[in-house]
Design a protein around this ligand. Structure first.
Ligand code: CMC
Length: 436
């Protein structure tokens, strides 16, 4: 962070003296006005619900240019990473700042692969859930519970503990997501198999049974790996900010990541892919492509409460580069599985076509986001709709950890503690119960 060659001056119309505020520049992106001393100097807070104009931290991990539709992990464009790297290389990059060379890649892959099993006791913990529990409810519980199993990696201030917990979380998330799925359908859990890739192993834990040999389909394996890469990090979004805020109290990494999972669940965030597919299925059941026009009228009617799920983004106001890559993957997977004529895909394309031409969406800069197509890919692979957000959580875990570790290592890090504009009752006395 370097001082910019200008400063901001804040003046008041009530005669209070104006103050100068320092301005800092990042390497790219907007400058920031440093308001840390504002309260001390003026007795006033800033007001920014939803953090529309607030940089909550400095970070060197992920950069998004919403107007250009650009997403960089450690400087590398997502389009290049998605084509040239696998997910574990991307994890290494996010965690350590640089892409691994061949030896580093092998060592890192071996390390993650050797930590994929979970404590056997975990499955008894899982049994406490109802079989029809939502996988995100299960995952929030299981991930939080990891801190009860791995006592040797819960001190967030110890760099070695942070390193071990990072590997454990990245390695064990696929195992836990697959266990949540198998539990729901009453099938035996499949132990990880170490000669498979990260995504190949996940596919096997999801879809194999002990009765038969399971062969990983390389097209599906690659598609899943791409889903993981595209979801690996997205700078200071709601769940990442939750992880940072939660971790800022010094809680253990497993607890902080569980908080991120809970936040991700919401339909405005990671739950959007589930909500998007539910929307497409509902529309398909109620007339399909023929009813698209009518549905879009509802979306545009503010009183209907209906949103076009998978559309719009807080940051991307041009296009979401992940959506483009996901659309390509969608084509590849549907062709591989002979589902080119999949009616939901046709429906999604019809909705997209209208939205890209309709003034309501164009004027508000609403474009398809990554979730618009990722649900269709996952459904084609055989992943149940209620597990979509779990897959997102699996992939985002590395981003959360990288951001959490960056925060803990930042000398300017403090417990997060926003302030408020109080609009409740001023001080009053408690009346006796007979007088209330
Ligand atoms: N359908 C219809 N109208 C919309 C939509 C939508 N999907 N998204 C935004 N709008 C309208 C909104 O009503 C508002 O209109 P007006 O200015 O007339 O009041 C305008 O567009 C701006 O919307 P906003 O809610 O102020 O925008 P935001 O930046 O706060 O919200 C969003 C971003 C992603 C929450 C929102 O676009 C949305 O709810 N989209 C659907 C859910 C979704 O797909 N979420 C996944 C996000 S990508 C995955 C991730 O990174 O987590």
């Amino acid at each position: 962070m370097k001082l910019a060659d200008n400063k901001a001056t804040l003046s008041f119309s009530n005669g209070k003296p104006a103050i100068d505020l320092p301005v800092y520049s990042g390497n790219i992106g907007p400058d920031v006005i440093d308001i840390r001393k504002l309260y001390g100097q003026t007795g006033m807070f800033t007001y920014d619900p939803g953090f529309l104009s607030t940089a909550s931290c400095q970070s060197a991990i992920t950069y998004i240019d919403g107007d250009k539709g650009e997403l960089l992990y450690r400087g590398y464009p997502i389009e290049q990473l998605a084509v040239n790297c696998d997910f574990l290389e991307t994890c290494y990059l996010l965690l350590k700042g640089n892409l691994p060379n061949a030896t580093e890649k092998k060592d890192f892959t071996d390390l993650v692969t050797r930590h994929t099993m979970v404590n056997e006791q975990m499955q008894f913990f899982l049994r406490g859930f109802r079989r029809d529990a939502h996988p995100m409810a299960i995952l929030t519980g299981l991930i939080g519970a990891l801190s009860a199993f791995y006592h040797d990696s819960t001190d967030i201030n110890n760099p070695e503990h942070r390193e071990i917990s990072a590997i454990r979380l990245i390695a064990k998330l696929p195992t836990l997501v697959a266990m949540a799925y198998k539990y729901g359908i009453g099938q035996p859990y499949m132990y990880p198999q170490n000669d498979l890739s990260y995504s190949g192993n996940f596919l096997r834990m999801m879809f194999a049974t002990p009765c038969e040999e399971y062969k990983v389909n390389p097209v599906i394996e690659k598609a899943l790996d791409r889903i993981f890469i595209l979801h690996a990090d997205h700078e200071q979004n709601a769940s990442t900010s939750t992880v940072r805020l939660c971790g800022s109290s010094g809680t253990n990494p497993f607890a902080a990541i569980a908080a991120g999972v809970a936040c991700l669940w919401g339909p405005a965030h990671g739950g959007a892919n589930e909500a998007c597919l539910n929307m497409l299925e509902d529309l398909q059941a109620n007339g399909g492509v023929a009813k698209v026009g009518e549905f879009m009228e509802k979306v545009k009617d503010k009183n209907s409460g209906v949103r076009l799920m998978g559309f719009g983004h807080r940051v991307y106001k041009n296009y979401d580069p992940r959506a483009k890559l996901m659309q390509e993957t969608c084509d590849e997977v549907l062709t591989e599985l002979g589902l080119e004529k999949d009616p939901l895909f046709a429906l999604a394309k019809a909705l997209e076509k209208i939205a890209l031409e309709d003034d309501y969406f164009v004027s508000r800069k609403l474009y398809p986001n990554v979730d618009f197509y990722s649900g269709i890919v996952q459904r084609a692979i055989g992943i149940p709709v209620n597990l979509f957000t779990g897959i997102f959580a699996l992939a985002r875990t590395v981003g959360w950890i990288a951001q959490l570790n960056e925060m803990i290592g930042d000398p300017e890090y403090k417990i997060g503690r926003p302030r408020q504009l109080f609009t409740g009752s001023v001080r009053r006395d408690v009346p006796h119960i007979t007088k209330r």
